[in-house]
Design a binder for this molecule. Structure first.
Ligand code: ADP
Length: 325
């Protein structure tokens, strides 16, 4: 059986009257990529800051590798944090930036530089050791920040929106580098994001938060195919929510069939068409609200629909996933 590695028990954060994190229970295994996902204000950063020891826990416990670290200072809890803006020291070289946490611990210069150079090699930046951060690209600065976070050999790396400062192209590239590095290091990463795509692409475990609580914690395919609630289905996207005789269900946009025969479960009028490259997204206005239907581009263009055309919608019963309110 895989070992529980990081365990949160009833972890709660209050700021005065605001309940930011509400009794979160969560178990994370070793060597996992975990993405904490949720809208702004759902408590993601508060949770991350408590894990890092940058925020006092109002109640509950945080246990890492069998050690209760709830009240242990940041540098001694076995966690490391990588910040969104990288927080590199502009006047220090790349090597000195990476070696800095070891300097704080009183390590000898030769040891500091040996460790820093080994980590720089790992993130493919050995040729840049003498440069200052301003002489690097955004992606390279991020790798320096990663190397610096890793130098204390943390048992878990905490990443606060690590890709949000990058342009879309670089974001996808660095995303795969992060995943590769996590596999390579064999420790767990806990990555906070508000991007559904990022969480689905990266995570072994997606933790969806809403209003300070964990709404669902499951592998990405399960979160996508079996969202536990209407909130998760709406937030993850790619689903239509439909309330019918059998309660409320989520139906994936690519599982809804369109027809110009009036034989489906629902009828409506085409309100919008968006070409997405490999797919076409069709919005249908029905009496029960808007539906989004995604068709493969080949299927759509073999028999295209027009704006304003009357259509009917149907889906297989097994594609209607029941939702709790
Ligand atoms: P997220 O990272 O998901 O956007 P946060 O953890 O930053 O969420 O915030 C959760 C809630 O706690 C929000 O209502 C926010 O306004 C409140 N909050 C966060 N930090 C503080 C603080 N230092 N003082 C008071 N309220 C805060």
């Amino acid at each position: 059986m895989a070992m529980r590695y990081l365990e949160l028990v009833g972890v709660t954060k209050r700021y005065g009257d605001t309940l930011a994190v509400d009794a979160v229970d969560l178990a994370i295994l070793k060597n996992r990529y975990v993405c904490v996902l949720g809208p702004s204000g759902c408590g993601k950063s508060s949770l991350l800051r408590m894990l890092a020891g940058h925020e006092i826990v109002s109640s509950g416990d945080i246990v890492l590798s069998g050690r209760n670290i709830t009240d242990v200072p940041p540098a001694r809890r076995g966690t490391a944090m990588m910040f969104q803006n990288y927080a590199l020291f502009p006047h220090l070289s790349v090597r000195d930036n990476v070696a800095f946490p070891l300097k704080m611990r009183g390590a000898e210069k030769t040891e500091r530089y040996r460790e820093a150079d080994a980590l720089l090699a790992r993130v493919h930046l050995e040729a840049y050791a003498e440069r200052k951060p301003a002489q690097l690209s955004g992606g390279q600065q991020q790798r320096v920040a990663l190397a610096r976070a890793m130098i204390t050999r943390p048992q878990i790396l905490l990443l606060d929106e690590p890709l949000s400062a990058l342009d879309p192209f670089l974001r996808v590239k660095i995303r795969s580098e992060l995943k590769e590095l996590q596999r390579d290091l064999g420790i767990s990463f806990l990555h906070v994001t508000h991007s559904q795509d990022e969480a689905l692409a990266l995570a072994d475990l997606v933790v969806v938060m809403n209003g300070g609580r964990v709404e669902q914690a499951a592998p990405p395919r399960e979160v996508f195919n079996r969202p536990s609630s209407e909130f998760v289905a709406r937030f993850i996207g790619g689903h239509n929510i439909h309330s019918g005789a059998r309660g409320t269900v989520a139906v994936r946009s690519d599982r809804v069939r369109l027809s110009d025969e009036p034989d489906g479960a629902l009828s409506g009028v085409i309100g919008d068409l968006e070409f997405l490259g490999t797919r076409v997204s069709v919005r249908v206005n029905t009496r029960d609200g808007d539906f989004t239907v995604e068709l493969a581009d080949g299927d759509f263009f073999a028999a295209p629909y027009d704006l304003g055309q009357s259509v009917s919608l149907s889906w297989d019963p097994e594609d209607a996933h029941p939702l709790l309110a």
